[in-house]
Design a protein around this ligand. Structure first.
Ligand SMILES: [Zn+2]
Length: 139
């Protein structure tokens, strides 16, 4: 699993916004609540595109109810280290139904769309964060 240390080593301080980009989401992926533009790390573009494509191809678009953001410089919930959102390598979806510390409600099928595209899921953690997906590895 990627840590804030890994991100700091690769991208530097979050405030520098190194390696960030405004990703113009391809029109064929703009289905349902999938945003038209995402301000994110360049390294997130390919995996997130794959995850969106998986969701569409598998007919799960209706399960993606809300897009709850990517880049946000902040500490991890309940911790002192920086959240991976600080480097734009994490995203949140369906936040209202998958709160931090609560039992996630999203389907295994939806979670698989992200995992198979190269993401770790916060719902697998001891302190569950079901809304949260982050890059599984940095190249
Ligand atoms: Zn998150």
């Amino acid at each position: 699993m990627i840590t804030s240390k890994n991100c700091l080593a690769k991208y530097g301080e979050p405030e520098k916004e190194n390696n960030m980009t405004v990703w113009d989401v391809p029109a064929n992926l703009e289905v349902g609540v999938i945003p038209k533009k995402v301000y994110c790390n360049k390294d997130l573009v390919l995996p997130l595109g794959k995850a969106f494509k998986n969701i569409i191809d598998r007919g799960l678009s209706a399960e993606l109810k809300t897009w709850d953001g990517c880049f946000n410089i902040r500490k991890k919930r309940g911790a002192t280290s920086a959240s991976l959102h600080s480097w734009g390598v994490a995203i949140d979806i369906n936040a209202a139904w998958n709160g931090f510390g609560k039992t996630p409600t999203m389907s295994k099928a939806l979670v698989s769309c992200f995992k198979e595209a190269g993401f770790d899921w916060g719902g697998d953690w001891t302190k569950q964060d079901g809304m949260h997906f982050q890059l599984a590895k940095l190249d």
